[in-house]
Structure formats: structure tokens, C-alpha cells
Design a protein around this ligand. Sequence first.
Ligand SMILES: Cc1cc2nc3c(=O)[nH]c(=O)nc-3n(C[C@H](O)[C@H](O)[C@H](O)COP(=O)(O)OP(=O)(O)OC[C@H]3O[C@@H](n4cnc5c(N)ncnc54)[C@H](O)[C@@H]3O)c2cc1C
Length: 321
Amino acid sequence: MAYQFDKIWSYWAPKNSYWANFADYKWKYCQFSLNEKDIVTHDYENNLIYCSLSSLNYYKYSQRCFSHPNFTIKLNQDITSIEQKNHLFKINSKSDSFLSKKVVDLRSNPSSYNPFFYQIFYGVDVILKNPLSQSNQVRLMTNLCSIKDGVAFDYILPFSDKHILIEPTIFSKIKEFNIAYFKKRIIDICKKENIVIKEILREEQGILPMGQFKKKDKYSHEIGGVLRASSGYGFIKIQTWAKEFAYLFEKSNELKQIKYSKTSNFMDTMFLHYLKSINNNRDVVFYKLAKNMNYKIFYRLMSDQLSLLDCFKVGYSLIKR
Ligand SMILES: Cc1cc2nc3c(=O)[nH]c(=O)nc-3n(C[C@H](O)[C@H](O)[C@H](O)COP(=O)(O)OP(=O)(O)OC[C@H]3O[C@@H](n4cnc5c(N)ncnc54)[C@H](O)[C@@H]3O)c2cc1C
């Protein structure tokens, strides 16, 4: 598959941690809003940082790590089939074939899941003519609003005051990518923020499944349980997965499935059930989570570190006014 600048990964990390130091961009503030009046800003003080990393820099770094005479990385191989022959696997790509003793097959099988929602987004990485206001703050979920089959919001990452990623996003029960809808939202954001796009550097898009994954997809990150069902965040968890997976393989010479936090899976499933069951005010649900929850609990929620007490606090933040 293509290894190119096809995405920017964002994630939370403790300040001065490995992944915080590795990031290309960092922010101390994240904003959530329903409209011009209802705005909440999380200030991470000196504890945490919201980070972004370009996929290109990550891929270049990974290739440098593997530059050893005993390793060969074959990029951009579209694998068509994998056949088991006696004790070996024959891996066929469109242009080549390989024999291997072990295979970690990360291809996904979309028919093996039935998500609660799809996270659908289209983003443009742009240079602006005039500066964006409050360019030190990530608009994590701004202009939250309910839509017929879910909820919509805008995600704005300011790399500098004149270089930003604008990414309208929806969580929808329907798997449909409507480019005209997203482009219209980008025009509306520009009007609202009083900005003019000078140049489009790059576009990105995605449809990520949210929840209800079946075990059939053993390893795929997107549907094998690494991607957070309630948010679509997965970068840090994928790194942890890779490390643990390699460690277990080295120790036992077997490829073992990693077990994930049951608390997070339970909380995500409950949350998505609740979200699916209500038809109005889905936007308010997200806003309340941001408003009523301390940023430290919010971080633990996003990074699989919830304690039992945190779970009650998350629940309480949803019922509190
Ligand atoms: C545009 C975009 C932006 C995102 N932004 C963020 C973000 O900011 N933060 C965050 O935490 N998450 C983000 N995600 C979600 C998640 O982190 C990524 O989707 C993540 O990269 C998924 O892991 P993966 O690449 O291993 O994909 P998986 O789908 O789990 O793994 C599939 C892997 O197998 C390869 N593959 C599949 N089929 C074949 C085939 N036939 N032949 C060869 N190779 C194959 C794929 O290229 C891929 O590498 C984003 C996703 C997208 C699409």
C-alpha cells in the first residue's frame, strides 16, 4: 500500500514523553464548542500535550530504523492472497510473491463488522492569506451540531497562524462519503473564521468504523480493536500494540493477540449505544463530556487509563447540566 504523506496523526501524550518529543507540532489548549457562546477550552497546564506527526516523517523514521543488511522492506506491495503450504506461507502481491515462516496479516475484512457509527471526514491542509485567530488552540470539536443520522463537528489544527488543517467530520450511522457536503462545510468555516484559503497543500479523508468489531479480524488495527471505538484515535495504541506484539513474539516465537482494556471497551460500547439510542442533542452529549470533565479524566478516557472512579465521573458528566 502507499507509504506517503496521506495523513497527520494526532494524539495526546505526557509532556516530555517519547511520543511528545517525536511530534512535529504540539499544543497546550484544545477547544470544544457548540456555537459562539458555548465554548470550553482544556488547558493541559504543564502535564500533557496534544501532538501531531506527519505520516511521511514517521515512515521515513521507520525505514531508517530498519536500515540493516538483514532486513528488506518491500513497500507498496498490494497483497492479493496468502496461501499456507505445509509449514510456509506464500504471499502473493500484484507484482511479486514471497515465502515466509510467519505472517502478520493486517488486511481487514469489512464484512466482519457492523459498526454503531462511521467516522467520516475530509480535510484540507492549507495556507491562508490572513492569520487565523487563536492559532495556539486546537479546535478539537468545534461547531458541534446534530445531523439526521449522527453528529457533525469541525476539527481545525493550526500548525501556524497561516498554515492549518481544516477537517469537517461526522459520526454517522450511514456509510456515505459526500464530498459536496464537506466542501460546503469548509466554505462555511472560512466565512465564520474570517479566513481566505491561498493554497491547498494536501487533502486527506477517511471512513473509520466505530465499535462492534468481531474477532475474525485478528490483527487489523482499524477493526481489530486498536482503533478507539468512540473516537477513532489509535496512533499511540498502535505503537503499544507493535511493541508488545514484537516482545511476545521474541519471547515465545508465536504470534499472539494482544488483550485490550476491558474498561475502555465497555465505556465505548455503552457510550455508542447511548448515542445511537437518542435522536436529538447528540452534539450536547459531546459538549457536556468536554465541559463537565476535568482534562485529566478526559485524557485517561482517551488513552485507556480509566479507573473505576473515573468511569462514574464520565457517567456523571453526561447527566450533569
Ligand atoms: C486520514 C486519516 C487520518 C487519521 N488521523 C488519525 C489521528 O489523527 N490520530 C489517530 O490516533 N488516528 C488517526 N487515524 C486512524 C488510525 O490511526 C489510522 O487509520 C491507522 O493508521 C490505522 O492503522 P493501520 O495503518 O495499521 O491500518 P489497518 O487498517 O489496521 O492496517 C492495515 C494495514 O495493512 C495494509 N494493507 C491493507 N490491505 C493491504 C493489501 N491488500 N496489501 C498490502 N497491505 C495492505 C494497510 O496499508 C495498513 O498499513 C486516521 C486515519 C485516517 C485514514
